[in-house]
Each structure stands twice: as C-alpha cells, then as structure tokens.
Design a protein around this ligand. Structure first.
Ligand code: HEC
Ligand code: HEC
Length: 462
C-alpha cells in the first residue's frame, strides 16, 4: 500500500496524543500486536486484514454518536472499554428503548473459528454484524422503517462532516463513503480488541500445553484448570469441549447450554442462543464482573455459572440442548472445593491492557469533537510541486476566499517569521476568517490530502 511506505518512513515519535486528536502520521498499533504463538484460531477474512489505517477509522466510527439517529448512542454506549467492551446493564439502552438480549463482551472475538456473530449467530460475519445495530430501530435507529431515516441518510450525514471524507480517503484512497467500507473498518477495530496479558497467559507461555501445571498458579487455580480441561467421565467439568483454550472462545456447532430464558420476561423461552463471547475477561482486573452472564443476563456471578452446569436438568421444552450437556453421562458432580477452584481458574483469564490502552479508548473530546492531524507532505521534495489556486480578495481585511480543485486540503497560514498562525482541514471552496490576525504578510500553504502535493501563496492582511 502506497501510504504504508510513507508511514513507515515517518519516525514514530513519543508524542502523547491528547483526547480529541487523531494524528494520521502516528497511528496506534493495531496490525502487529504480538499475539502469542499458541493462539491459532482467527476469523479474519482475507479481504479485510487489520491495518492501522482501517482500525483507526473503525475506532472513530465505534465511538461516534452520529451513527445513531438522534446522536445520543454510539457502539461504545453498549460496549464499554471498562467492561472489556460489554455492559454491566442487564439489557442496554438504545435510541428507542432497550435491547432484547444482554450485550456481549467483544474482547478476543477475533480469536475464534466461529465467523458468525450474536448470541444466536444471525450475523454471518463481523463485517455483516457491524451495520446491523445502526439499522436496528431500538439500538441506533437508522432502520428505514417505523418512520426512521435509513442508512443512506446516515451516509449523507457523514459526508457532510469535516473528518469522514478525509478519513475514507486516507484508508481507501478514495473519499466515497459506503456501507461496505463502514462495515470493514468497524470490523477491523472490533477484531483488534485483544487481551493476552492475563495470569493464564503468563503461565501458558512457560509450558507446552494446557494440561501441564502452570508454575505461576496457586494449587487451587491449577485444580480449576484441570477441571476445566477434563471431561465429566474423568471427574472434570468438561468446559473445554465447547470453550476450548487457549482462546476460550466457543467452538462452532454447539446447540444451547440450557440457559433458555428471555431477559426481563419470565413467560417466554428462547432456544436459539448457541454462541458466547470468549471466557476471557469475564471479570475485570479487580475481580469485579464485567456484567451479568448469558444472553438473558440471568446468571449474576461465576458461582452461579458453575452451579448452572453442575445442576443442569433437562427440561422437555428445551429441544435444542447440546448433546454434550444431555444425559446422565454428562452430569457433573463437583464438590464445593472443586467449584471454588473452577471459579478461581476463570479469574486467571483476565488481562489488564484492554481496559486502559489508548488505542481502544474514546478518541472524541468532551464536546464530542475530534481534530485530525493530516499526513505531512513536508520535507518530501518529490511530492512538492506547485499548483494554481485562487485567494481573494488579496489584500484581505476580515476574510478571504480560497478556490482549489475538488478535494480535501490542509490549510496552513504562516506569519512572516514562519510561525504557524492557523491550521485546519478545508474543502475545495472555503472562506477563512482572518480578522483576528495582525496586519502583515502571510504565507498560505495548502496540502492536498490525497495527492500530498503542496502549494503556497502570499497573502497581505491589511
Ligand atoms: C443499544 C446497545 C447496543 C449498541 C448501540 C450496539 N450494540 Fe453490539 N450488541 C448489543 C447486544 C445486546 C448484543 C447481543 C445481541 C444479540 O445477540 O441479539 C450485541 C452484540 C454485538 C456483537 C456480537 C459479538 C459476538 O461475539 O458475536 C458485536 C460484534 C457488536 N455487538 C458490535 C457492535 C458495534 C460495532 C456496534 C456499533 C455499530 C454495536 N455493537 C452497537 C448491544 C449494542
Ligand atoms: C455444550 C457446550 C458448552 C459447554 C460444555 C460449556 N458451555 Fe459455557 N456456554 C455455552 C453456550 C452455548 C453459551 C452461551 C449461552 C447463552 O447465553 O445462551 C455459554 C456461555 C457461558 C458463559 C457466559 C459467557 C458470557 O459472556 O456471558 C460462561 C461464563 C460459561 N459458558 C462458562 C462455562 C463453564 C465454566 C463450563 C464448564 C463447567 C462451560 N461453560 C461449559 C456452551 C457450553
């Protein structure tokens, strides 16, 4: 990719980004995250590998409330970084009420053979998933039905912003905004959310497989691990038959696990939930739950989860119970020590970076604004070649107009000492207010954001 060469040449500075600023010259690292070598499952499709550019755009979209009809709800409203991108609420609040199911933690969603998304797997991929909440009447409201605006209206709104045409140009080398491009960039950001710095990972890196005792574990944690990875006929809990390590995402092709409730509705049942988030980061680094568990949020803590599997009874109404949990052969008979050990083991699957790393944090400032620092074309003489543009009136008193070829530009105004007096992203037709600048001679410099070409002119301010 042309842009990548430009970016690798750029020296990665230790510049600390301030909230509200995204520097396109110094992207945060999403594409090369040192995933441990024992992690093998990955549902990334060939045509949407994670790039720093794509995930940066995805991050901005994920946190942007503009993606909802009344500008109040972002993806991040129901998927919070502080809860491993889940929600502590039983059901989450959207623009028109609450969701039918409990929100899912998104951490490590990439590291699964399962390509489908949602508790009932109704989305065929994370790309397909990414535009569904936007088009859901309850969640973000661009449904095109019930009097709602539709997805095209959202695209028109994004086109009218200062940032998105520039960002789509930056990522796709063409400023056109489409549903597919939105889906791809959001899916890249979602897949980038990874957590592999847990106590489990520290131990796993020191041994050859999950069966071996981990040197950094307490004996209780090692017992819990053994129960997790051993089948019920051998006295274990058999959790690995569906949530296999070291990823702890759910395998494909399971039926339901006997949790058949509907959130906030005791009179209905729902047999369709056959998918689960990864069992990593069920609790945060302080051991507090990242939300209630299961699609209906019916299990309030990990003790209740273990009891559910230990005491699971077959009910006639559940015609979709997974065979691995059916029949007397599969009954668990864990004692209290074993149950406690299993819970202690589940606590070792929690990392810390995912909760605080800036690359997954809200890029908007408190006013909901974002400032893009565009690519620097400076210093690259090959790219520097003047092109004509109009600045008038010149001399100017309060404002001047600038006319450029179609496109997006970084406008910079330097005073006669070479100090930058102003900088902003503009479209090809622009009026700039210079009433606050002292009289003098200024240099107007414009950088075309797609071609990287720079051109300058002198402006006299009366
Ligand atoms: C109003 C709350 C809400 C909003 C807004 C929301 N989500 Fe969700 N999200 C949920 C709920 C609830 C589920 C589970 C729904 C289900 O399975 O029926 C979910 C599930 C998901 C999943 C599936 C995870 C998996 O492992 O299968 C992904 C991915 C996801 N959301 C991403 C997003 C993205 C991206 C956005 C923004 C475009 C978004 N969500 C907006 C509440 C929300
Ligand atoms: C037959 C496959 C299967 C087995 C075996 C199994 N699970 Fe599950 N698990 C599931 C499914 C399916 C879900 C999603 C269920 C739902 O919400 O309706 C799930 C959900 C969970 C959740 C909730 C995750 C969340 O984000 O809310 C936890 C925790 C969990 N399982 C732990 C365990 C433990 C511990 C064991 C071993 C005692 C175990 N599971 C055994 C299939 C299985």
């Amino acid at each position: 990719m042309r842009r990548k060469t430009l970016l690798t040449v750029a020296v990665i500075s230790s510049l600390v980004l301030i909230a509200g600023t995204v520097d396109l010259n110094n992207l945060l690292n999403y594409e090369d995250q040192n995933t441990p070598s024992y992690v093998i499952e990955d549902n990334t499709p060939q045509d949407n590998e994670i790039s720093d550019e794509g995930a940066t755009l995805g991050r901005i979209l994920f946190y942007d409330k503009k993606l909802s009809k009344d500008n109040t709800i972002a993806c991040a409203s129901c998927h919070l970084q502080e809860y491993a991108f889940g929600d502590t609420a039983l059901v989450s609040t959207g623009v028109n009420g609450v969701t039918a199911r409990h929100s899912m933690r998104l951490v490590n969603a990439r590291y699964s053979d399962e390509v489908r998304a949602f508790w009932d797997e109704r989305a065929v991929s994370f790309e397909d998933q990414a535009s569904q909440p936007i088009q859901d009447h309850v969640e973000m409201g661009y449904s095109g039905t019930s009097g709602d605006a539709d997805f095209e209206d959202l695209i028109v709104e994004l086109e009218a912003t200062d940032i998105y045409p520039v960002l789509f140009e930056f990522v796709f080398e063409d400023s056109t905004i489409t549903e597919e491009r939105i889906q791809k960039s959001i899916a890249q950001f979602v897949r980038s959310m990874e957590s592999f710095d847990s106590k489990y990972d520290i131990g796993r890196a020191q041994v050859n497989n999950d069966q071996m005792s981990f040197p950094n574990f307490t004996s209780e944690e090692n017992l819990g691990k053994q129960l997790f990875f051993t089948g019920p006929p051998m006295g274990g809990a058999g959790c690995m038959r569906c949530h296999d390590g070291p990823e702890f995402t759910l395998i494909t092709n399971t039926d339901n696990n006997g949790v058949i409730g509907v959130a906030n509705d005791t009179s209905s049942i729902d047999l369709t939930n056959t998918h689960s988030p990864s069992l990593r980061d069920l609790v945060n680094p302080n051991g507090e739950m990242n939300g209630p568990f299961m699609h209906d949020g019916s299990l309030d803590d990990l003790e209740a989860v273990v009891d559910h599997y230990n005491d699971l009874e077959e009910v006639a109404a559940n015609t979709n119970l997974d065979f691995r949990l059916a029949g007397a052969m599969h009954a668990l008979d864990l004692n209290q020590t074993e149950k406690d050990a299993l819970v202690a083991f589940l606590h070792t699957l929690t990392g810390s970076d995912i909760y605080t790393n800036e690359k997954w944090s809200d890029p908007f400032d408190e006013q909901g604004d974002i400032e893009l620092i565009p690519l620097e074309g400076v210093g690259n003489q090959d790219l520097e070649s003047a092109y004509a543009f109009k600045v008038f009136p010149n001399p100017a008193t309060t404002r001047f107009k600038i006319e450029l070829k179609e496109g997006f530009y970084q406008l910079e105004i330097f005073d006669s000492n070479g100090a930058k007096a102003k900088s902003r992203i503009i479209k090809s037709q622009h009026t700039e207010d210079v009433s606050e600048l002292p009289s003098g001679i200024y240099t107007i410099r414009v950088l075309n954001l797609s071609t990287q070409r720079v051109s300058s002119q002198t402006l006299i301010k009366d």
